[in-house]
Write a protein that binds this ligand. Structure first.
Ligand code: FEO
Ligand code: CA
Ligand code: CA
Ligand code: CA
Length: 577
């Protein structure tokens, strides 16, 4: 590939310019096709999505691709077959209903609930490349009503018991599944993020400080589920919110397997779950809690990974120790244990047992002195080196709220641009107590703010600038792929940055190059490579949200629909080289 003399040897493609067009733009020599969109049937006997919105029903949606695809993972099956597990985070009522959500009915709520969760897709290698197989044996929908087992220390805890489930062992559904992870034993991890927005009540209920810390209140986020489905009414089922905010493990190869909520990984607004096997064989999972001033967590399993007997790994995520990160000003950092009895997490201090700590992970993290972060989104571990990256997407409250002082990895007040923090564990061991951190990049706008911290770090230029890094992931060669969920107004602080986009960075040199730009009002989120690194799946989420003018992906004034896209090179080469 042709490279500028100063260019990184890892980055072999020509940068694409910022764009405000209603299309997905990829570099010269690349091609993009649509894999699947919201409402497309997952089974041959299911009706297609209708652009006449009132035609679409809950019964169909339960067997169609869900809405707002987000994180995804690819599981190779054989040379010709793979499984793509995809999160369906939420819905946009303004795009889903002719009444735009202003006149919700029970049937509408049922339809919306069916559009949430996870879609599992069988892919086959076809003449044109990897495509969805509507007759594939792994195809499955998991939605907001699918039964799932509650496992780990909080299973059966009194705060998880409801009228429908007096034992606190089986929850219904998963929703607001943001990002994801995968395990070396072949399972998918889907992470529950803004679950609070689905609960509410019209009763005159006093909201506890425990609920308030998680953003749970009488008013929901506009979904109206509580008005038609009693388990979302806080006055009717006060424990239902405790059954969400978890990481859920799914076996994508067995469409009949119950998903499992792994409570040992803590309850918060989970972003992704980046799993790595430590040198001693224990499983380490890095976890972000995406809210202004919340924290970064790490789970370390008690038992070790068994590479020769995958069945022995099934419950590794049930037993272990949860930690939360403290970043010091001098570039050092440490993991603070959230084990009952450690760091003052005792009954006298309000934490009755380990389950109580996990259910109230945020309060425990504050109690032990965790660092408040600028909205931790995805974490990614370098494939060959003990380097960990986490996107801190933005934080308008930094330096404004007393609990969120400027400093350390959160160096800018009223941070509209975001940054990526990197840490290296002591001795390269992911189970180590300590680490060293630095900022890999700070996004910014050098055209507007040259010479100030809001210009961004030195690797941000007029040609590659963006805001609000969110999805990140490595390919096998160690390229860091960065996706944005930012302000796409192309005005004010964001002028020149255009639509949301995906960039590629060399983690050694720090060079950042824009790889693609998305359509109008979308977020770019979710990435997965085939093992040969020649096909890249990328998610386009909510094009045309809030009435923005988009008809992506089909054009011709059709309803804009979240979609998974397939990117490859016209010469069949490795992506990014
Ligand atoms: Fe669903 Fe934090 O993004
Ligand atoms: Ca995200
Ligand atoms: Ca985000
Ligand atoms: Ca989004």
């Amino acid at each position: 590939a042709a490279l500028a003399p100063s260019g990184s040897p890892l980055l072999g493609f020509k940068a694409v310019p910022a764009s405000t067009a209603d299309t997905l733009v990829v570099p010269e020599g690349y091609q993009v096709e649509r894999l699947i969109s919201w409402g497309d049937p997952l089974f041959a006997d299911v009706a297609a999505f209708s652009n006449r919105l009132s035609d679409n029903t809950a019964a169909q949606q339960k067997r169609q691709f869900g809405d707002n695809n987000d994180g995804m993972s690819l599981f190779p099956v054989d040379e010709q077959t793979a499984i793509l597990a995809v999160n369906n985070e939420y819905t946009n009522y303004e795009l889903m209903f002719e009444h735009q959500g202003k006149n919700m009915s029970a049937a509408d709520v049922e339809y919306a609930q069916a559009a949430h969760g996870v879609s599992i897709l069988t892919l086959t290698q076809q003449e044109k490349g990897w495509r969805f197989d509507i007759n594939g044996r792994f195809n499955r929908r998991i939605d907001a009503n699918t039964p799932m087992r509650i496992s780990g220390p909080a299973q059966g805890h009194k705060l998880l018991k409801t009228k429908a489930d007096p034992k606190g062992e089986v929850a219904l559904g998963t929703f607001n599944n943001c990002a994801n992870g995968m395990t070396p034993w072949g399972t998918y991890l889907t992470c529950e993020e803004n679950f609070n927005g689905y609960f509410g009540t019209d009763a005159d209920l006093e909201i506890s400080s425990e609920f308030a810390r998680y953003g749970i209140g009488r008013k929901d986020a506009g979904y109206s589920w509580y008005k038609f489905d009693q388990r979302f009414d806080l006055s009717k089922e006060p424990n239902e919110p405790h059954r969400f905010g978890w990481v859920v493990e799914i076996d994508p190869r067995d469409p009949s397997a119950l998903p499992v909520k792994r409570t040992a990984l803590g309850r918060f607004k989970h972003e992704n779950a980046e799993l790595v096997i430590a040198q001693d064989g224990r499983v380490v999972v890095y976890l972000g809690d995406d809210e202004r001033g919340e924290h970064i967590y790490r789970f370390v399993s008690r038992d070790t990974y068994n590479p020769t007997n995958q069945d022995a790994n099934r419950n590794l995520l049930d037993e272990g120790e949860l930690f939360v990160a403290k970043f010091n000003e001098d570039g050092s950092g440490e993991w603070l244990s959230l084990c009952h009895g450690q760091n003052g997490l005792t009954a006298e201090n309000g934490f009755a047992n380990q389950a109580d700590i996990l259910i109230h992970a945020r309060q425990a993290a504050t109690f032990v002195g965790a660092t408040t972060m600028d909205r931790p989104e995805w974490v990614a571990v370098h494939p060959h080196e003990p380097m960990v990256f986490c996107t801190l997407t933005n934080n308008k409250n930094r330096g404004v709220a007393d609990s969120q002082p400027v400093g350390g990895p959160n160096p800018r007040a009223e941070n509209h641009y975001g940054q990526i923090v990197r840490w290296v564990p002591t001795a390269g061991e992911h189970t180590a107590k300590d680490f060293q951190w630095d900022l890999f990049l700070m996004a910014g706008n050098p055209n507007l703010y040259g010479g100030t911290p809001y210009a961004g770090s030195s690797n941000i230029t007029a040609d590659n600038m963006f805001n609000s890094p969110d999805g990140i992931g490595f390919d096998q060669a160690g390229r860091l792929w960065i996706q944005t969920d930012g302000n796409y107004s192309n005005q004010g602080d964001f002028v020149g940055q255009g639509n949301n986009q995906m960039l590629c960075a060399d983690p050694k040199t720090g060079e950042v190059r824009r790889f693609l730009t998305g359509p109008v009002a979308c977020e770019i989120t979710g990435l997965a490579f085939t093992p040969d690194q020649k096909t890249l799946f990328v998610g386009v989420q909510h094009p045309g949200e809030k009435g923005a003018p988009s008809s992506f992906p089909l054009g011709d004034h059709t309803v804009p629909r979240s979609s998974v896209m397939v990117i490859s090179r016209t010469d069949g080469g490795v992506i990014g080289t």
